[in-house]
Design a protein around this ligand. Structure first.
Ligand code: ATP
Ligand code: MG
Length: 414
C-alpha cells in the first residue's frame, strides 16, 4: 500500500471545515486592515532563500528541499514566505505603489525536519507582510491583527514574547561581545552551542541544555545595547501594545531562526502545544529588500502555523454541511428528470444532491435522512414528483415546476 510521505498529511473533510473557518477569519481580519492576498510559486531559486533567509540559519543549513531542474539550476521548495513576497515586491516594481504595500497569504511550506506533533515536512502558514513603512505603528498593528486572529480561532494559552534586535551594525558588535563571553565559558556549554559560537552565537539563547542556559542568564543582552533610535522605536511599539491591552513578555533571549530581522521581533507561544510551542512569529526586516537587490525598503510581517493554531484551538463551531434537497429516483426511467431537477435546484441556489448509487427507494430515504436533507423529491414515472419534508414527514404530489418554488418559499407542505 502506498502511503503519504513521512511528515505530510491529508486534510480530510472534517479537518478541511476547521481550516476553512480559520481561513475565513484570517481573510476577514486582514482584509479589514487593507491587506490583500498574494500567492507566490511553491518553488523558487535556491539563491533566494540562501540570501533572503540567511546562510547561517537552521532553515538554509539543514531544512531545505532543494533539487536541480533540467538546466542544472538549483531550485528549492519554499520553506517560508517572506523572502518570496519580497522577491515579488521587487520583481513587480511594487515600490512604485502607495506604501506600505500590505499583503497576506495562506500557503503550504516545506522543511526537511524530524516529523512530530505540530512539526511536519509540508505545513501551512497564514502570513502578513507590510512593506514600505518603518513606523513602529506598523509593527504594533501587525501584532494586534495576529492577536485578533489567534483569538478568533480560540487558540488557547497564548503568550507573546517580544524583543528588539536593533540594527545589523549594533548586532554585529554585540555578536563579537557575545562570542567573547561564550568562549570564556566554553567548558560549560553544550556541544551544539560550542560548535556554533562562530557561525551563529545568538542561537545559544535557543538552547534547552540546563548548564548552557545558566551561563546565558548572565550573558550580555542585545536589548541593553540598542542605539537610542532603535530603543525609541521599541518603546513606541510597546506603548501601542499597552494601549491596545495586549499583554507581552519582553524577552531578551528571543532569537528567531531568520537572519534578516531588524528591530522588532516577536513570537506567540501556546501552553497548549507542549514542545512545539511556537504558534506564530514575526518581526521587522528593514534590510531584506535591499539584500535581494531591491531599493532600500523597510518591511515587517509575521507567519502563523495553521496546524499549530488548530492544535491549540480545541473545538471550533464548524457547521455541518446540510442539504436542502435530496433527489430520489423512484424508477429507472425517471433518472433523466431527476438529473434535471437536481441541476435546476442548484441553479436556483439550493444545496441539492442526486441519488448516485442505485439504492432502493427505502435506502434512498434512509440515506437522505442521514445526510440531514430538509426535503426529498421522489421523482416517479410519468411526470409525477412527490416532495417529502423530512422533519414533519409530510408528503405531497406536485407538478414538476412546483418543486423548487415550494422549497424556496419554505412553506409547510401540510
Ligand atoms: P520552530 O521553532 O518550532 O521550529 P520556527 O521558528 O522554525 O518554529 P517560523 O519559521 O517562525 O518557525 O514559522 C512560523 C510558524 O510556522 C511557527 O510558529 C509554527 O507555528 C509554524 N511552523 C514552522 N515550522 C513548522 C513545521 N515544520 N511544521 C508545522 N508548523 C511549522
Ligand atoms: Mg524551525
Amino acid at each position: 500500500m502506498i502511503k503519504a510521505p513521512r511528515g505530510t498529511f491529508d486534510v480530510l473533510p472534517e479537518e478541511a471545515a476547521r481550516r476553512e473557518l480559520l481561513e475565513s477569519h484570517a481573510k476577514r481580519i486582514l482584509e479589514a486592515a487593507g491587506y490583500t492576498r498574494i500567492e507566490t510559486p511553491a518553488f523558487e531559486h535556491t539563491e533566494l532563500f540562501a540570501r533572503g533567509v540567511g546562510e547561517a540559519t537552521d532553515i538554509v543549513q539543514k531544512e531545505m528541499y532543494s533539487f536541480e531542474d533540467g538546466a542544472g539550476r538549483s531550485l528549492t521548495l519554499r520553506p517560508e514566505g517572506t523572502a518570496p513576497v519580497c522577491r515579488a515586491y521587487i520583481e513587480h516594481g511594487m515600490h512604485k505603489l502607495a506604501q506600505p504595500v500590505k499583503l497576506w497569504y495562506l500557503s503550504s511550506f516545506f522543511r526537511a525536519e524530524a516529523p512530530q506533533k505540530g512539526r511536519y515536512r509540508e505545513f501551512w502558514q497564514v502570513g502578513a507582510e507590510a512593506i514600505g513603512s518603518a513606523e513602529p505603528e506598523t509593527d504594533a498593528e501587525l501584532i494586534v491583527l495576529l492577536a485578533e486572529l489567534l483569538d478568533a480561532v480560540s487558540v488557547k494559552g497564548v503568550r507573546l514574547h517580544l524583543s528588539s534586535l536593533g540594527d545589523p551594525e549594533t548586532r554585529a558588535e554585540y555578536r563579537e561581545e557575545l562570542k567573547g563571553y561564550l568562549r570564556a565559558h566554553e567548558q560549560s556549554l553544550s556541544h551544539d552551542v560550542r560548535e556554533r559560537i562562530e557561525l551563529n552565537p545568538l542561537r545559544a539563547f535557543d538552547s534547552s541544555d540546563p548548564r548552557t542556559r545558566e551561563v546565558l542568564e548572565d550573558a550580555p543582552k542585545l536589548l541593553d545595547r540598542l542605539t537610542p533610535e532603535d530603543a525609541e522605536h521599541f518603546a513606541t511599539v510597546r506603548a501601542l501594545l499597552d494601549d491596545a491591552g495586549i499583554g507581552y513578555h519582553v524577552d531578551p533571549t528571543l532569537v528567531r531562526g531568520l537572519d534578516y530581522y531588524t528591530r522588532t521581533l516577536f513570537e506567540f507561544r501556546s501552553d497548549a502545544l507542549g514542545a512545539q510551542s511556537g504558534v506564530a512569529g514575526g518581526g521587522r526586516y528593514d534590510r531584506l529588500i535591499e539584500q535581494l537587490d531591491g531599493p532600500p525598503t523597510p518591511g515587517t510581517g509575521w507567519a502563523a502555523g495553521v496546524e499549530r493554531m488548530l492544535l491549540a484551538a480545541g473545538d471550533l463551531p464548524v457547521s455541518p454541511n446540510l442539504i436542502d434537497l435530496y433527489v430520489a429516483i423512484a424508477h429507472p426511467e425517471s433518472s433523466p428528470r431527476a438529473f434535471q431537477l437536481a441541476r435546476e435546484a442548484r441553479r436556483a441556489g439550493l444545496r441539492a444532491q442526486l441519488e448516485l448509487t442505485g439504492r432502493s427507494l427505502k435506502g434512498q430515504l434512509r440515506h437522505a435522512d442521514r445526510l440531514g436533507a430538509r426535503y426529498v423529491a421522489i421523482v416517479g414515472q410519468d411526470s409525477s414528483t412527490s416532495l417529502k419534508e423530512m422533519d414533519s414527514g409530510e408528503e405531497r404530489e406536485l407538478s414538476a415546476n412546483d418543486v423548487i418554488p415550494t422549497i424556496l418559499r419554505g412553506s409547510r407542505l401540510a
